[in-house]
Design a protein around this ligand. Sequence first.
Ligand SMILES: Nc1nc2c(ncn2[C@@H]2O[C@H](COP(=O)(O)OP(=O)(O)OP(=O)(O)O)[C@@H](O)[C@H]2O)c(=O)[nH]1
Ligand SMILES: [Mg+2]
Length: 533
Amino acid sequence: MSIVNEIQKRRTFAIISHPDAGKTTLTEKLLLYGGAVQLAGSVTARKSQRATTSDWMELERKRGISISSTVLQFDYAGYRINLLDTPGHKDFSEDTYRVLTAVDAVVMVIDSAKGIESQTRKLFEVCRQRGVPIFTFMNKCDRPMREPLTLLDELEHVLGIGAFPVNWPIGTGFDFKGVYDRHAKQVHLFERTVGGQFRAPVAIVGLSDPVIRERLDEATFHKVSEELQMLDSAGETFDEEAVLAGLTTPVFFGSGLNNFGVQLLLDGFLKHSPPPKARVMAGTPIAPEHPEFSGFIFKIQANMDPKHRDRIAFLRVCSGKFERDMTVIHPRSSKKVRLSSSHKLFANERETVDEAYPGDIIGLVGHSDFGIGDTLTTDPGIRYKEIPRFTPEAFAYLHNPNTAKYKQFRQGLDQLLQEGVIQVLHLRNATIKVPLLAAVGPLQFEVVQFRLESEYGAVSRLESAPWTVMRWLPPEFKDPDLDALSLPTGSRIAFDMGQNPVLLFANEWSANYFAQTNPKAPLSSLPVAGQKN
Ligand SMILES: Nc1nc2c(ncn2[C@@H]2O[C@H](COP(=O)(O)OP(=O)(O)OP(=O)(O)O)[C@@H](O)[C@H]2O)c(=O)[nH]1
Ligand SMILES: [Mg+2]
């Protein structure tokens, strides 16, 4: 098959939303349709019992929340799908934002009882800035939900995106009977299956079919007929271009847990979502068909498979063909590297992969030099700059109470630092050398502690640190410049992992006060370009 055909059959997308809207549950059901898992792991009401494919980390299973994004590759209906389930919690959002650089489309999941929540709004903004096409799944229709028209209205007014309902719910809560496919003018009637584990049986009939009339009470039938008439008379047609530009979102209703509407979502998504397109590098588009191989690393994860105890770098292929054992340039180190250990990923399972095409996400094992954001390519002219940087807002000391385990503690911490979701800072003139951790949110510290113990056997103790704001100083500042600063009470000078000077403040006010009183020391909320990292 030619590379063009391979590219055309790739679909690479992330599922995003506010915590608990049902991303992991939906992921599980999508895998079921892809035939990737025989029996979708049931996400039971008792969170402690859940065992989904995508939430494979021990802590994720314990807590019932996603902590780290997961890549799942499978084939369905002639497509090669690379699906990424992302964590919703804002403390883990750095991971989610990085994933958004590696995908060509997203499915935004909304809890239909809650509407658009804060984290969904933030993630949506990032997608809009990147011009990523967005597909919406109104989830949890099996429970009392907001009026569907209100939900559409919210998309348009809160997010400012056009909404085109592809299907429409019939009844809600206990009376949820299925969805109406507006294009095919057919009703998909759903039956509940135990825990939604099997593909839900579907019967397809027209709205005026006696089967429907029998199942619907008069009021629901009239309400749905009226709503559908209203949508039709609004006269909007499905505007493919607006969808691809991220200006309109196709909306699907359903219930992930009960498998209602999941196949309609999957089929509708595949029909209208784009294959991999050109990546812009320093203003120049690099087409996926570009003859040279290129890609970038957007995530690193250690110990995914306890049997292997290694780290995987996740690479998104952007152009050309990847072949195992190929030699590529690693521009950051200016080295040539042979990529011999490449894997296809399915949550924490992996399988050697010999070739990959644009859109694919592959796992590379055994290159400690690789960092997040790095480009790998056979074309020396390509260097992607995709990965966004974040300013830490949570700080804590991490003590090692057990000196006999110092080696495990240090090694574990070093490996987790390579994943890039926490940083370690060094206070200037520190008397004790306890690692000072910095992260986007405090839950990351709990994850570090848990993983240090479960993956490295090192117990640790966390001590909160009194700062909430971190700012970078000009990288050329040396000791005399630092000595000359007049610091507000409670502030400290520290160094990041690239030895760049930073300031830690108790709060915004204190940071602003510093800025006013030290005009010669301009602060930046992100490391200035050209700094070491
Ligand atoms: N009633 C109902 N519950 C659902 C549905 N989909 C998911 N849930 C429940 O919602 C809860 C959260 O589901 P998850 O799939 O873990 O949500 P998530 O979006 O992955 O959460 P994070 O990854 O932590 O952000 C679980 O208890 C699910 O069983 C649905 O369609 N109907
Ligand atoms: Mg999840």
